[in-house]
Design a protein around this ligand. Sequence first.
Ligand code: SF4
Ligand code: SF4
Length: 134
Amino acid sequence: MVPTKIAQPGYDCSKCPAYCCSVYERVQVTPRDVNRLAKHFGLDYETAQARFTRTYKDERILRRKADPVLGQSCMFLNPVTRQCKIYQARPLVCREYPGAKKCGYYDLLQFERQQQNDPDVLPLIRITFRNGNK
Ligand code: SF4
Ligand code: SF4
């Protein structure tokens, strides 16, 4: 039987500048994530870990780079297409994001484009931790 109505997601990543790959300074990686990256690039675990990750306090996180649109981003974000360059090998947290039927960043983008009546306007979003914790 063919369903009469297919649920549509509440956001469209292909129409977003990839806020989630840019605004978070820490994208956590587990040993399993490092293993996946190592396999993807044909590297050993230690080399992949050193090349693609760094530590922050007691966490292991993906390295970042300068980004022409949002200032900084994950090292694996394509700065032009705004797509993940390692989509098949991305970490678990990226696979699970946003963990809801809607994405707040996408909602904000649509809201502001309607408000400005400009399909190209782009809110520049930055997270600040007022309590000093990152
Ligand atoms: S911020 Fe939301 S809509 Fe944009 S790429 Fe990430 S999950 Fe997709
Ligand atoms: S690994 Fe890919 S999906 Fe995850 S933050 Fe980096 S660019 Fe985004």
